[in-house]
Design a protein around this ligand. Structure first.
Ligand code: G6Q
Length: 547
């Protein structure tokens, strides 16, 4: 479908944007707001309960018109339809990309290889709900008959970040009688610290791995198994203390987990798009099946908005296009994600994987090296903490850093006066970033002349503002789907495959080669480069006992 598309940088829409950039690159947000007193309302839109103000961006109506043209010239609508219809748009792996099916209502039909996948999705959700209810109610007992109080999710990357982020985000709604931990790193310190205060008789491990072959996850799962069996004195304990989430039945069986305690998902769910599949089992146990379904409904509402809304009012499209504007025309290298909500502490780490693993690609769908920038570096942390740390560079540094500010009208914990103070800071930051403070204004405050340049803020720093009512399972679903689809919009325009991750492979292969070189008792014959050889020899000599 896309093979004959004109290369991105040769399209009229791209060239028009390049010219347009030359015209407005020095235009200041102060001028744009002065010239149009209603700009703050005109460059804002609301859908599915999400208010999106993009007026504090270095854009005009012409910019948005040209960006939309660029989206059209990329066949964006056709690509959206292709994804929702289950076409194999992940071309390098020959797979459909159907995270949207994970939140489709029961009566919807999405066909993959001649089969409607929606009933399978709901069958697994029902099985998860049944299991979650058993654990939450105490019906599911450990090997010694004790109730389960600790849930440890063992998984990494897409099998860790989603449920971890969402558990933190929705902690307010979680069962406080349960302790949840997430163990991902192959570094044994994490496993030991996470389990040291837990009673094995009360602990359930959820081994989450799409492939069930991931080194980190299997190493942690084997350590967990040894920890559990040693404490409970019998191999049979595994059946009561381990469940698996995977697509690989054979490997799950090999590990010794009964496949009736396995929760399935499918190859058309990418790891970083998987937390509303069975990969979210730990989250469902924490917040309960009803809340989990509310979250899926939030995802679905944003999916439908994305699929059906014209580009000029389509939130993921607008967010994606504005990102392209800075990334490809202003040369911005990064995007800061700044949620003003403590519960969203893991959001930027989660979005980092979602965006950077999806769009960190250097060749297009046909394998040609691209001659334009693709995915940006994603980073950030919640306000107001960041204000006292890295915001300095955003305000007065030499780099252009577009920021997404995310907040809620209502706090979950009503503790006066905190929320008003939090939101005052939110609004003040976007105002300061946009309008700055001129040297004249600084001098007029009576500031000593030598200090004036240091205390001047250029402004013209762009921000998006995303506001919703309250942080709930439903609003979280909408927010995550917004970013999933933003990544899709950008990947489509860059004409890259946002759904593979070959970049993770090389390091894995090389590590597997080095493992026996570290483990061998005889001095290994090393054939790496001189740096790697020396590092390995030095490590072997100085590590003490092999571990
Ligand atoms: C995500 C990636 C990657 C993956 C992990 C874990 O999109 O594919 O982060 O989720 O490598 O893989 P497994 O679930 O197979 O253990």
């Amino acid at each position: 479908m896309s093979v004959n598309i004109t290369p991105l940088t040769q399209r009229p829409a791209w060239k028009a944007l390049e010219e347009h950039y030359q015209k407005i690159r020095t235009l200041h947000l102060r001028t744009l707001f002065d010239e149009d007193p209603r700009r703050g309302e005109r460059f804002a839109t609301e859908a599915v309960g999400m208010y999106f103000d993009y007026s504090k961006n270095r854009i005009t109506e012409e910019t948005m018109r040209l960006l939309q043209q660029l989206a059209e010239s990329s066949g964006l609508q056709e690509r959206i339809d292709a994804m929702f219809m289950g076409e194999k748009i992940n071309v390098t792996e020959q797979r459909a990309v159907l995270h949207v099916a994970l939140r489709a209502p029961r009566d919807q039909s999405i066909i993959v290889d001649g089969e409607n996948v929606v009933p399978q999705v709901h069958a697994v959700l029902d099985k998860m709900a049944d299991f979650s209810n058993q654990v939450r109610s105490g019906t599911w007992k450990g090997y010694t008959g004790k109730r389960i109080r600790n849930i440890v999710n063992i998984g990494i990357g897409g099998s860790d970040l989603g449920p971890h982020m969402a558990y933190e985000a929705l902690k307010y709604y979680s069962d406080r009688g349960l302790v949840l931990c997430f163990v991902s790193n192959v570094d044994g310190n994490e496993f030991v610290e996470s389990t040291r205060d837990l009673d094995p008789a009360e602990t359930l491990f959820i081994v989450s791995s799409k492939t069930f072959t991931t080194q980190e996850t299997l190493t942690n799962a084997h350590s967990a198994r040894a920890w559990c069996v040693q404490a409970l004195g019998n191999e049979q304990a595994v059946a009561k203390h381990f469940v698996a989430v995977s697509t690989n039945t054979e490997e799950v069986e090999k590990f010794g987990i009964d496949t009736k305690n396995m929760f399935e998902f499918w190859d058309w769910v990418g790891g970083r798009y998987s937390y509303d599949s069975a990969i979210g089992l730990s989250l469902m146990i924490a917040i309960g099946p009803e809340r989990f379904r509310e979250m899926l409904a939030g995802f679905h509402a944003m999916d439908e908005h994305f699929r059906t809304t014209p580009f000029e009012r389509n939130l993921p499209v607008l967010l994606g296009l504005i990102g392209i504007w800075y990334n490809n025309f202003f040369g911005a290298q990064t995007v800061a994600i700044l949620p003003y909500d403590h519960y969203l502490g893991f959001l930027s780490a989660y979005l980092q994987q979602l965006d950077m693993e999806s769009n960190g690609k250097h060749v297009d769908l046909e394998g040609r090296k691209v001659d334009y920038q693709t995915g940006p570096i994603i980073w950030g942390q919640p306000g107001t903490n960041g204000q006292h740390a890295f915001y300095q560079l955003i305000h007065q540094g030499t780099k252009l850093i577009p920021c997404d500010f995310i907040g809620f009208y209502q706090p979950l914990n009503k503790l006066k006066p905190h929320h008003d103070l939090l939101m005052a800071n939110f609004f003040a930051q976007t105002e300061a970033l946009a309008f700055g403070k001129t040297a004249e204004e600084v001098a007029a405050d009576g500031v000593a002349t030598f200090q004036v340049p240091h205390r001047t803020f250029e402004g013209n720093r762009p921000t998006n503002t995303i506001l919703m009512e309250r942080l709930t399972p439903e609003t979280l679903g909408k927010l995550i789907a917004l970013y999933e689809h933003k990544v899709f919009v950008q990947g489509t325009i860059w004409h890259i495959n946002s759904f593979d991750q070959w970049g993770v492979e090389l390091g894995k292969v090389l590590a597997n080669r080095i493992i026996p070189e570290l483990e061998s008792t005889d001095e290994p014959r090393l054939t790496h480069d001189s740096s790697t050889n020396t590092l390995i020899r030095r490590y072997r000599k100085l590590r003490g006992e092999p571990s």
